[in-house]
Design a protein around this ligand. Structure first.
Ligand SMILES: [Zn+2]
Ligand SMILES: [Zn+2]
Length: 442
């Protein structure tokens, strides 16, 4: 018996299925019927990997896909060159609609291609939206619903969702869904807040053997900065992360390096902790400049990524639906003690209730490796991607059909956001803004 049949049997329980169960069943069938087209969509994006903000081909593929589906109104280049929006509904048109959003990511990594499986994120978002539309068309839904698919570029570098938040793309949405490939199924993993910093040291070139005392060594500053951060690690909280590279360390051994450049990512589980970490890291960078006599420039580009706020009502509904589809979820213990990366979906969870579960793709490979690129484009991944899309759609149907559940989703959103923001005091906010707008990715 396949998972869909099991779902049907479980829903039936020997009696007539409810309208909600019928809808869930219908959604799963529609997603399965579209399997071939969805797989081709994913494969197309996978085979031509594009970097952040340059996803022109993926943008065209996805907008063509939705333009070819009946009743979707597609807006290409929506607010960003490689973003798009596809809308369906509201049905019935006159009533105020519950607005459900599905997000598609589709950027890749330099040198590795789709090593984070964002081609599968795009596929899951598209599949879930098609499933929900089809299910709602098959019944008289209890309330008017509008569905939006938002194509969100540049998750790996820059933060396209944050650009879209600032442009108002999420203003009228009530709940948003997406899912990210991983090594396991998890309704929630604690993605952390992130701030990127570029450090530039300016010294003075000179002959390194004849009169080195006339030079100011920018490479020495870079090395000291790197080592200062290594020393800081002992005093960092266990969940904080600092990691970086030296991008420029001089040109020739017999010239005292007059310029060096480092790039670091700073991460912590909350914006409050991140602000503390930024202050400590800046002290390390500035100390290295003072010790060597270099001038230092600290800069950021793009945006800070916020930690992903949990929504326990949505997570519980997703778990229940996923289990019916045969998902084996990672234990609570692993979730609580695990540390994930960072995502611009974190910022989304501060403006609208949402869920960002992780899903197994049939491989033990780790994200951001060549093996994961292979796995993301594999045939095996398709079963898991479609199953994830079904679980997302079924969770969206729970929100649509159960007014109490929607109320709890909203309550969770308000409570967690309030807790997070009250711990992030005015002083922290000032410290965050004085450190400049950050830039980040996963
Ligand atoms: Zn990634
Ligand atoms: Zn990713």
């Amino acid at each position: 018996m396949g998972p869909d049949k099991e779902l049907c049997a479980a829903a039936l329980g020997g009696t007539e299925p409810s309208l909600l169960d019928q809808c869930k069943q219908r959604a799963a069938e529609i997603i399965q019927q579209e399997a071939e087209r969805l797989s081709a969509l994913s494969r197309d994006i996978w085979s031509q990997p594009e970097l952040a903000y340059q996803e022109h081909r993926a943008h065209d593929t996805l907008t063509r896909f939705f333009s070819s589906c009946p009743s979707w109104e597609v807006q290409p280049h929506y607010k960003l060159d490689t973003a798009f929006r596809a809308e369906w509904g509201p049905v019935p048109a006159a009533a105020p609609a519950l607005h459900v959003g599905f997000l598609c990511e589709y950027d890749a990594l330099p040198g590795l291609g789709h090593a984070c499986g964002h081609n599968l994120i795009a596929e899951v978002g598209a599949a879930a939206a098609l499933g929900l539309k089809g299910a709602l068309e098959s019944v008289q839904p209890p309330r008017a619903v509008k569905i939006t698919v938002l194509g969100t570029p540049a998750e790996e570098d820059g933060g396209g969702k944050i650009d879209l938040i600032e442009a108002g793309a999420f203003d009228d949405m009530h709940v948003v869904f997406m899912a990210h490939p991983a090594q396991e199924d998890a309704a929630y993993l604690p993605d952390v807040a992130e701030h990127d910093v570029t450090v530039k040291y300016y010294g003075k070139a000179c002959h390194a053997a004849a009169y080195p005392w006339e030079g100011i060594n920018a490479l020495d500053a870079a090395i000291l900065a790197y080592n200062n951060l290594s020393v800081l690690r002992q005093q960092m909280k266990p969940a904080w992360r600092v990691h970086g590279v030296i991008k420029n360390g001089g040109v020739k051994p017999n010239i005292i390096p007059s310029y060096s450049e480092l790039e670091f990512y700073l991460r912590a589980p909350s914006r409050k902790d991140l602000a503390t970490l930024i202050e400590k890291a800046h002290a390390c960078f500035n100390a290295a400049a003072a010790a060597t006599g270099c001038r230092v420039e600290l800069s950021t580009s793009g945006h800070d990524y916020y930690n992903v706020l949990p929504n326990k009502t949505l997570a519980k509904a997703y778990l229940e639906n996923g289990k019916k589809l045969g998902m084996q979820f990672t234990t609570d213990d692993l979730v609580l003690n695990g540390l994930s990366g960072s995502t611009d979906f974190g910022n989304v969870t501060f403006v609208v209730p949402g869920i960002h579960p992780y899903f197994y793709i049939g491989s033990e490979a780790l994200n951001h490796t060549e093996e994961y690129t292979e796995a993301s484009g594999s045939k095996e991944a398709q079963f898991y991607a479609l199953r994830t899309a079904k679980a997302l759609t079924m969770t969206a149907l729970d929100v649509i059909f159960k007014p109490d559940l929607l109320e709890n989703v909203r309550e969770d959103f308000k409570t967690v956001k309030l807790m997070e923001e009250s711990s992030f005091s005015g002083t922290d906010k000032a410290r965050e803004s004085s450190s400049g707008a950050g830039c980040a990715s996963r």
